[in-house]
Design a protein around this ligand. Structure first.
Ligand SMILES: *Cc1c(COP(=O)(O)O)cnc(C)c1O
Length: 458
């Protein structure tokens, strides 16, 4: 039978209750959280789409593996399983465990970066950029031009601009720390990178003799797009596609909280022994011994299993199609979106949705608050609250875009949860003209979106 419904390719063995609430209660919770969803209690959230990081549901097989975790300080059996799995996937000989992605980033970029060095990426994820800049080095983003237009359709909006890369490598000759391809491109909307683009980047890096690294948190999701959108790739398996991409790189950094389907973990994979030895020193000083690096044996067991499960074609099909399903529903309702829909999230264009709210009154924050008040749905503003910059006279330079991200946790919500989210948007649209902007009444110096307090403008 050919079916229309995307059924979840799993059934539920263990449930976690969701606390339901009324709109009046949520209006109260919003006041108590100073209109900042980061300050809400998770128990007061109905559908939590704040992030897909570390929020995956593990399989029965992973939970069973946790019980088998070998917690030995050195030479843990669970480490051997994880190392074997990562080696097999990446084809890289040196694997270093880390407790999450940014710990692996601190090790490699802490070693490669220093004042005067330059790193180049399709788009540096914010922790990647922070670790590079913390070392004193500079981070340059060169996504393709199509990637910057929210409405434009392109199959691989996550691609790197290879002509710009060639130019930059000439300009910064002798000062390049590494070239980093983020797959999928998280900050650029979860958009995929083609294998052809990765090949282009790799050959330019070889020509200039610079290190080529993959930020591979969502490489399984990326492989789905390659198989279905890139000519000639339909005959390969998702895992083979990922392996071909790894084969092009000199190293990889992974936050296992994404496509390894676990709640905590990460790793660094490298080809070069000298580089691996230098990183191993930092690993032992800051994360832990080489056979656990900040992870419990049970975590490593779950990662080894998750890295295999994530390439299951039924899982990946469900994963990408259910994200697209939400995007398509919202698009049909008339909600302005970033398109095409990426792998792990749907991005709403709040500047278009609330055209009557100017950027310095934070239309994205207004939507985030509306979604919570009307539906108990938690999302994240990615706009002028997160990226706005004050200038000397105290005025705010807004961010280029005012987006709200709905990130979908893996294997957590069912189709009816997604239908509910779409219903909440119907109400958001009905009440759109009534919505007002916000002002910030208290904020820290850095990363203000996490802790700022807001007030509605009446
Ligand atoms: C999440 C993420 C990281 C950082 O990983 P953490 O596990 O959150 O420290 C790095 N790069 C990308 C693309 C990510 O999505």
């Amino acid at each position: 039978m050919k079916h229309r419904t995307i059924i979840e390719p799993f059934r539920i063995k263990s449930v976690e209750p969701i606390g339901l609430s009324t709109e009046e209660e949520r209006a109260e919770h919003l006041i108590n959280a100073h209109y900042n969803p980061f300050l809400l209690h998770s128990r007061d959230v109905i559908i939590d789409l704040m992030t897909d990081s570390g929020t995956s549901a593990m399989s029965a097989h992973q939970w069973a593996g946790m019980m088998e975790g070998d917690e030995a300080y050195a030479g843990s059996r669970s480490w051997e399983r994880m190392e074997q799995e990562v080696r097999d996937l990446t084809g890289m000989p040196h694997i270093l465990p880390a407790h999450q992605g940014r710990a692996a980033e601190r090790i490699i970029y802490g070693h490669l970066g220093r004042p005067g060095k330059v790193f180049i990426s399709n788009t540096h994820f914010d922790t990647t950029r922070a670790n590079i800049e913390f070392s004193g080095a500079m981070a340059i983003d060169i996504p393709i031009a199509e990637g910057k237009d929210t409405a434009l359709q392109h199959p691989f909006k996550g691609n790197m601009d290879v002509a710009a890369l060639d130019q930059l490598l000439k300009e910064h000759k002798g000062h390049v720390g590494a070239v980093i391809l983020t797959v999928t491109n998280n900050s650029g909307g979860g958009q995929p990178v083609s294998l052809a683009n990765a090949e282009g980047v790799a050959s330019i890096c070889r020509k200039h003799d610079v290190l080529f690294l993959l930020d591979c948190c969502r490489i399984a999701e990326n492989s789905w797009f390659v198989k279905h959108r890139e000519p000639g790739m339909e005959g390969s398996t998702y895992r083979q596609i990922a392996q071909r991409m790894f084969a092009l790189a000199d190293g990889a950094v992974m936050s296992a909280k994404k496509d390894a389907l676990v709640n905590m973990g990460g790793f660094l994979a490298l080809r070069d022994e000298v580089l691996a030895d230098a990183c191993t020193n930092l690993l032992i000083i800051t994360e832990g011994f080489t056979t656990y690096g900040g992870l419990s044996g049970r975590d490593m067991e779950a990662i080894a299993i998750g890295l295999r499960e994530v390439f299951d074609p039924h899982y990946l099909d469900y994963r990408i199609k259910s994200t697209t399903y939400l995007g398509r529903k919202l698009h049909e309702l008339g909600v302005p979106l970033m398109r095409p829909i990426g792998g792990h999230a749907v991005y709403i264009d709040a500047k278009k949705l609330y055209a009557h709210i100017p950027p310095h009154q934070y239309p994205g924050q207004a939507l985030v608050c509306e979604l919570y008040r009307l539906g108990g749905i938690r999302s994240v503003e990615i706009g002028s609250v997160m990226f706005g910059k004050y200038v000397a006279d105290g005025s705010l330079i807004p961010s280029a875009m005012e987006l709200v991200r709905l990130a979908i946790p893996r294997r957590v919500y069912t189709q009816s949860h997604i239908e509910y989210v779409a219903e909440a948007f119907e109400e958001v649209l009905r009440q759109r003209d009534r919505v007002r902007g916000y002002r910030i009444v208290k904020e820290p110096k850095f990363l203000r979106h996490f802790t700022a307090h807001f007030e509605p403008i009446v």
